[in-house]
Design a protein around this ligand. Structure first.
Ligand code: NAD
Ligand code: ZN
Length: 348
């Protein structure tokens, strides 16, 4: 992580740098990056936000603006996000809006952030009526990925990131999907080197989508597979039961079932996908929630247009379709399956 200094120097970041990080990542990596930047002649400071999805809010953004002001930062500052997707999304939103935009760098430290959130330029925060509803498209100057940071990542967070990895295979690349199945056990072992190729492949797949449709006017929506049901679960449980990856694990299971009914996904493909997802062992969905509530919560999603749900579904593994409007009955039937026994989740 200390090697961010030479890259920042080579790419001529401004001398004044604010590292935004969270309470967990600060002692692990942000202090190291801070010293590395000092060594290369930069003037860095650190702003620390509390760790966790529930702090990805406008209130915390406001506190960060105030601290930037107290640190006498003007438009000549650069912001470096050091942390997971929460830090990256929030710091990126601050960078996009402080003085109408200052240079921004992503240094993601979770698998999820390395394969997904740090790439593509979506930044933003949650509001009580929905997830990521306030935000911007704001590309980082560069993304600095050091896979060694995964050595300290809790296994639960590693599995959470694996959900997004599986998503890329499911929507874009069947060969990659097979590679994930073949290497699944190695990936969850302590040898983080196994991730290098996987991360590279995911970043390339995501970049290929974003290049074609940066502002999500259509094609980029395929990246939302599993996210309509997933976001509903996250919102309903106030981000306190599931990690993002766990919620979209269930989301992809439900949306695979919908795909079978609505766009002819072969049952064998749905079975292959769901049995891989089950291996991520997401926590059980609380009994206080039922399929009607999940269905209602899906309407807070950004993809809703003129009151109707628009989903990304898959025709087969490696081939997605977006803007689908399955009927209510099929959606609820598929959500209901999430509440059955684990072995039935992939039951075809
Ligand atoms: N912008 C996008 O395109 C995009 C895409 C996908 C997800 N997201 C967002 O990303 C967020 C989820 O990101 P996340 O899963 O990284 O969550 P996170 O940022 O909350 O990180 C998970 C936990 O791991 C800790 N942590 C981070 N790095 C660590 C390390 N190396 N070692 C030990 N602990 C570490 C964090 O402090 C936190 O407690 C969600 O808010 C989601 O909406 C955004
Ligand atoms: Zn996601």
């Amino acid at each position: 992580m200390s090697s961010l200094g030479p890259v920042a120097s080579e790419l001529q970041l401004p001398e004044r740098i604010i590292i935004i990080t969270d309470t967990n990542v600060k002692p692990l990596y942000a202090l190291q990056i801070h010293s590395g930047l000092v060594h290369y002649g930069f003037r860095p400071d650190i702003i620390t936000i509390p760790a966790g999805e529930r702090y990805k809010t406008l209130e915390v953004v406001r506190e960060v603006y105030d601290q930037l002001n107290e640190l006498r930062c003007g438009r000549d500052v650069a912001i470096v996000a050091v942390g997971g997707g929460v830090v990256g999304d929030l710091a990126g939103f601050v960078a996009a809006t402080y003085y109408r935009g200052v240079p921004f760098v992503q240094a993601p430290t979770t698998l999820l952030a390395q394969v997904d959130s740090s790439v593509g330029g979506k930044v933003g925060v949650n509001v009580p009526y929905g997830k990521n509803l306030i935000g911007a498209f704001y590309q980082p100057r560069f993304v600095f990925i050091d896979t060694k940071t995964l050595t300290t990542l809790p296994k639960r967070e590693l599995r959470s990131g694996m959900a997004e990895v599986i998503k890329y295979g499911a929507i874009l690349d069947e060969n990659f999907f097979e590679t994930i199945i073949d290497t699944f056990d190695t990936l969850l072992s302590p040898d983080v080197n196994a991730f290098t190729d996987i991360i590279e492949r995911c970043c390339a797949l995501k970049a290929s989508v974003v290049e074609q449709d940066e502002r999500e006017s259509g094609y980029r929506e395929i990246l939302n597979f599993g996210h309509t049901v997933g976001h509903a679960l996250e919102t309903l449980t106030q981000y306190s039961v599931f990690t993002h990856g766990e919620a979209i694990t269930y989301g992809m299971m439900a949306e695979a079932h919908i795909s079978v009914n609505h766009c002819g996904l072969p049952q064998e493909d749905a079975r292959r996908l769901c049995s891989l997802l089950v291996r991520l062992s997401p926590p059980k969905i609380p009994e206080s929630i039922d399929e009607e509530q999940v269905f209602e919560a899906m309407f807070t999603d950004k993809k809703v247009r003129s009151g109707s749900l628009r989903l990304t579904l898959i025709n087969k593994i490696g081939d997605a379709t977006f803007g689908e409007t399955p009927d209510e009955h099929h959606i609820k039937q598929s959500i209901r399956k999430l509440f059955t026994d684990e072995k039935d989740l992939c039951g075809y």
